[in-house]
Design a protein around this ligand. Structure first.
Ligand code: NAD
Ligand code: UDP
Length: 351
């Protein structure tokens, strides 16, 4: 029989069936793979603040120690440099699996050999890394949360995207390493759930921005903000009429934690339905940083999705979640972090 997922005792959460009812653990033990990255480090902040014990497993491929520096002396925090492509044995109650090279710049702009090695890495992390973490979850009876992506919808033919839409992905395109990698990760997650009874959760994350993003990861919000701060032109790809929906990172973290604690497997779209063209985004950046910031048009990349906007009805209804930070409020918080980093270390992420 399926075990009861969680029992809540005075704000703490017990994994049903493993910890005897009445024995309230002081805190949960949580593993965050990719915890020194952008989203992971914000999640770690929230878990530590809640009183949990947190283990971060990260190979520092794109993560930075600075993101989690403030926890290093905390006895409830542990950092392990490890590649999830290799198995690892740890005792935890929950696993948030974020480890993945998430930035498009690596597979879009690097020379061919590098692209190939990054492509392989993407597949390996998504397939082998996810399998390792699911295997760990099964062995130690932990709940597993996969951070999938809106990219599983590819260049969507349905708008906005609902979780029941199967997507429109080019299997042999330049983005497919990421899109198909995450689709396989979702499949593995569901197979471990159905076949091996592992408790799983799947989040499909839409474009997210905020402090601690890599300055040079090539994503549009980080590019425009860094460019405007450095008085360089903002690079708009194509005609700039393609759309994305931008979510502030604290909203995402709230959604991930509600998903992990809730009763529903998902998948759940976690994103902000506020939809912007890239030209509109550039305008918001101008309004926030520098009204004289210039725009430079560049050829667009292959298979760039034309539009993207989450339908979040499912998350609203079943998780009681919706984003609360609009772009005009979230952007200034990211800008002050970027400004500080660019001033204190002009070379960080510079070309
Ligand atoms: P990020 O690059 O900042 O973080 C990823 C982290 O994973 C980094 O710390 C990196 O060093 C680590 N990592 C990569 N490969 C690893 C490996 N093999 N072993 C151990 N650690 C490894 O990216 P992010 O934006 O924080 O993304 C976190 C997760 O959310 C990813 O799974 C990503 O696919 C997903 N996601 C993010 C967005 C977004 O807009 N930020 C959108 C959709 C999905
Ligand atoms: N983009 C852009 N200028 C940039 C970087 C990206 O116009 O400097 C565009 C890109 O073509 C895409 C959108 O912004 O249409 C979002 O790109 P990003 O890489 O941030 O995320 P994803 O394509 O994965 O949604």
């Amino acid at each position: 029989p399926r075990r009861i997922a969680y029992e809540v005792h005075s704000g703490h959460v017990n994994v049903g069936g493993r910890i005897p009812v009445g024995l309230k653990p002081k805190s949960l033990r949580v593993l965050v793979t990719g915890g020194s990255g952008f989203v992971g480090s914000h999640l770690v902040d929230r878990l530590i603040a809640r009183g949990d014990s947190v283990i971060v497993v990260d190979n520092f491929f794109t993560g930075r120690k600075e993101n989690i520096l403030h926890h290093l002396k905390n006895p409830r925090f542990e950092l392990i440099r490890h590649d999830v492509v290799e198995p690892i044995m740890l005792e935890v109650d929950q696993i948030y699996h974020l480890a993945c090279p998430a930035s498009p710049v690596h597979y879009k702009y690097n020379p061919v050999k590098t692209i190939i090695s990054f492509l392989n890495r993407d597949h390996k992390t998504n397939v082998v890394g996810t399998m390792n973490m699911l295997g760990l979850a099964k062995r130690i009876n932990a709940r597993f949360l996969l951070t999938s992506t809106s990219e599983v919808y590819g260049d969507p033919l349905q708008h906005p995207q609902v979780e029941t839409y199967w997507g429109n992905v080019n299997p042999i395109g330049v983005r497919s390493c990421y899109d198909e990698g995450k689709r396989v990760a979702e499949t593995l997650t569901m197979d471990y759930h159905r076949g091996l009874n592992v408790e799983v959760r799947i989040a499909r994350i839409f474009n997210t921005y905020g402090p601690r993003m890599c300055l040079d990861d090539g994503r549009v919000v980080s590019n425009f903000v860094a460019q405007a701060l450095r008085k360089e032109p903002m690079t708009v790809y194509g005609d700039g009429k393609q759309t994305r929906s931008f979510q502030y990172v604290s909203d995402l973290v709230e959604g991930l934690m509600r998903l992990m604690e809730g009763e529903h497997v998902g998948p759940f779209n976690l994103g902000n339905p506020g939809e912007f063209t890239m030209l509109e985004l550039a305008k918001v950046v101008q309004d926030t940083i520098d009204s004289n910031a210039k725009i430079e048009f560049r050829p667009n990349t292959e298979d760039d999705p034309h539009m993207r906007k989450p339908d979040i009805s499912r998350a609203k209804e079943l998780l009681g979640w919706q984003p609360v930070v609009p772009l005009q409020e979230g952007l200034p918080m990211m800008v002050s972090d970027f400004r500080q980093r660019i001033i204190s270390n002009p070379k960080e992420g510079g070309s």
